[in-house]
Design a protein around this ligand. Structure first.
Ligand code: WTA
Length: 655
């Protein structure tokens, strides 16, 4: 029986019975209390998005066509013109809200800056003039490689103001990554800093730029923010200090009217081995959906909320939910430069308490880390102002969800588990707080206006059970393509299932139609013909009280095709032992059934992760199968895999 293929695209083992209806208190004040959004969108999804575009944004001129759809190429709000910077900054000042705080910024060493919308307008106009002074015109691409300092959003907005698309490269990336991205986009200017603070010490950036620039012929100028005040080399004529240029710049710079479909930015997704893809986002549709989702998914009350998305602006989460969404909606946000354990493990809770944060948006990897650290740190701070919590980036294990709900949210905050991608530009699947009954670990339903369906190998919709997540119709913030490579765009996203966007994620639908993301389909394991998702086994492992975090992979096995290898980080005072390994294996078997029981449990202190915190299972497969490691350039800490290799060689295989 165990050896017979079961036929399901991805099988469904995890049963989760807990559910959390919205509280009366939350319902009483939420923006999404009644189902009117879904009803509106059901009746006419294009009209629904047009209504949002009209309500949420200022347009210089009206569009004549809501959507032109020539699969897989979409144009939204065709003929309309607007400027993203005007929408994010100017209009709030013009409406008399200039004194409102846009950002409470806090550096890792503890220095702070309070930036109002008026301050932003002053800085952004000056920097837009700096760019013009360096010869930048509408359409030129600008590379931004910076730490999390206020100059980063200012630089992005200045680019948007003059119509020069930005390409932000995460500050943790190497000179090689910079070279690929600069050359692919043929950027003319790099904006950077001498360095930023990380784990209590300066982490230098300018030297990386210097190395990259030997191989980037299109770069004419480098603008350098002085952040850490360490000596850096400045090349005469090419490199200029931000503060010198700003001092000399004219104070006023009008917004360039942009076509709704003009490129707002490029953001490169690394992929695993292939050349990074320059994901293209344009102006009108992108802003519409980020503003809509930021308002309704986070239930934003701009006059009273203090909103904090604790991601890095170098990722799409930061683009959409630190910069464009919150600013377009006139929100007050927190930005923090550094890591969560500098100087101590309570840094986030200390910040949340001091600024009175009401909405917190972070990633499962961070939540699992906090859970591993324990409850002392959050309990030592007053987090009573928090009223909504969000999660993004990976499937959230039900136990991590429960911990977040209880120990950070004080049991009173709804959690929005938001599924989306760099390519989708904005949140696609998520609860609407106050309207949706949530289940721990489920991203619940597609948002109003969004079409999502789970399909099987043949592309037929799956009513109940596991399969592939697809999107069935265009959406305003969708990627418009891969920069310079329309064929690769078609091939990567639109060729697997006819007429559908294939996201690359597994997903299951439960009896009530809730969606449960199951991780990347490349990671799905095949044990004796059973296709088992990594997510479900990992969640069953994390369900054991002694487990802080887990990653599983399918490794070649002569008998079962693949065998499940589990890499497990013990929690709190628990330590690695053969008995504990046996216990957690048994726990998985009890939760999911014997077929999902890991063959081997390897205890470790860390897991290999990308710099955005996603577990790199591909490298764990290499370790499990004794291969040389594949590409490790996107790994946050290369030492981790060596340690795991050593542990793996010491762990007995059990069965
Ligand atoms: C994963 C981040 C489960 C998924 C915004 C997706 C998630 C990839 C969730 C995109 C979630 C993101 N539940 N999985 N709530 N959110 N993912 O481009 O595999 O960095 O395809 O965008 O992250 O990652 P990206």
């Amino acid at each position: 029986m165990a050896n017979e293929p079961q036929g399901a695209t991805i099988e469904d083992y995890l049963l989760e019975e807990r559910r959390f209806p919205p509280s009366e208190a939350f319902k009483a004040q939420t923006l999404a209390a009644s189902p009117f959004l879904y009803d509106d969108a059901d009746q006419d999804w294009q009209g629904f998005w047009a209504k949002q575009a009209g309500e949420l944004l200022d347009w210089d001129s009206e569009w004549h066509t809501i959507l032109e759809w020539d699969l897989p190429f979409a144009k939204w709000f065709v003929g309309g013109t607007l400027n993203a910077c005007h929408n994010a900054v100017d209009r709030h000042v013009l409406a008399g809200r200039g004194d409102k705080v846009a950002y409470h910024w806090e550096g890792e060493p503890g220095d702070t800056r309070t930036i109002t919308y008026s301050d932003l307008l002053v800085e952004v106009q000056r920097f837009a003039n700096v760019l013009k002074g360096l010869g930048i015109v509408k359409g030129d691409r600008i590379c931004i490689y910076m730490p999390m300092v206020p100059e980063l959003p200012i630089a992005m907005l200045a680019c948007a103001r003059i119509g020069a698309p930005h390409s932000v490269v995460f500050g943790g990336f190497s000179p090689d990554s910079l070279i690929d991205r600069i050359n692919d986009a043929e950027c003319k200017v790099v904006i950077t800093a001498d360095g930023g603070y990380r784990r209590g010490a300066p982490s230098m950036l300018k030297p990386n730029v210097d190395m990259a620039l030997a191989s980037t012929p299109t770069i004419e100028h480098v603008v350098v923010v002085q952040r850490v005040d360490e000596p850096v080399e400045m090349v005469d004529g090419r490199d200029r200090w931000w503060h010198d240029l700003m001092e000399a710049a004219e104070p006023e710079c009008p917004c360039e009217p942009m076509d709704s479909e003009d490129l707002l930015y490029l953001l490169y997704t690394s992929g695993t081995t292939a050349k990074p893809k320059g994901i293209m986002h344009t102006t009108g549709g992108y802003l519409t959906q980020v503003a809509f989702t930021h308002k309704y998914v986070f239930d934003l009350h701009p006059d009273t909320d203090v909103y904090w998305c604790a991601a890095d602006i170098g990722w799409v989460t930061g683009h959409s939910y630190i910069v464009y969404g919150p600013l377009t909606n006139g929100a007050t946000s927190v930005i923090y430069e550094g890591v969560p354990d500098a100087p101590a493990r309570d840094r986030l809770w200390d910040i949340a308490e001091r600024y009175g944060v009401t909405i917190l948006y972070t990633a499962p990897t961070a939540i699992r880390t906090f859970r591993k650290w324990g409850t002392t740190e959050p309990a030592a701070h007053d987090l009573s102002k928090l009223r909504l919590l969000g999660s993004v980036g990976e499937p959230i294990n039900p136990e991590a969800w429960m911990w977040y709900q209880e120990h950070i949210g004080g049991g009173r905050c709804p959690i929005v588990d938001t599924w989306w991608q760099t390519e989708t530009g904005a949140i696609m699947i998520s609860p609407l707080p106050g309207a949706t009954t949530t289940k721990p670990g489920s991203a619940t339903f597609p948002l109003p206006g969004i079409g999502a369906e789970v399909v099987d190998d043949a592309g037929n919709p799956v009513e109940r059970g596991g399969g592939y997540l697809t999107l069935t119709r265009p959406w305003p913030s969708m990627l418009r393509g891969i920069y310079g490579d329309p064929e690769r765009y078609r091939e990567t996203y639109w060729s697997r299932f006819e007429g559908r966007y294939f996201a690359g994620d597994g997903c299951k639908v439960d009896d009530e139609g809730y969606l449960w993301l199951l991780g990347r389909v490349d990671d799905v394991m095949n044990v004796s013909g059973h296709r088992i998702s990594t997510t479900e086994v990992e969640s069953a492992l994390v369900d054991h009280p002694a487990v802080a975090e887990a990653a599983v992979v399918g490794a070649n096995d002569a008998v079962t095709g693949q065998a499940i290898m589990a890499y497990v980080i013990p929690r709190g005072t628990h330590t690695a032992s053969t008995e504990l390994g046996e216990e957690v294996r048994q726990h998985v078997a009890t939760k999911l059934g014997p077929i999902a029981r890991p063959k081997t449990v390897i205890f470790t202190d860390e897991l290999p992760k990308t710099r955005s915190g996603k577990i790199m299972r591909r490298l764990l497969r290499d370790v499990a199968e004794g291969r040389a490691l594949g590409d490790t350039t996107t790994l946050a800490d290369p030492g981790v895999v060596e340690e795991i290799k050593r542990r793996a060689s010491e762990s007995p295989t059990e069965d």
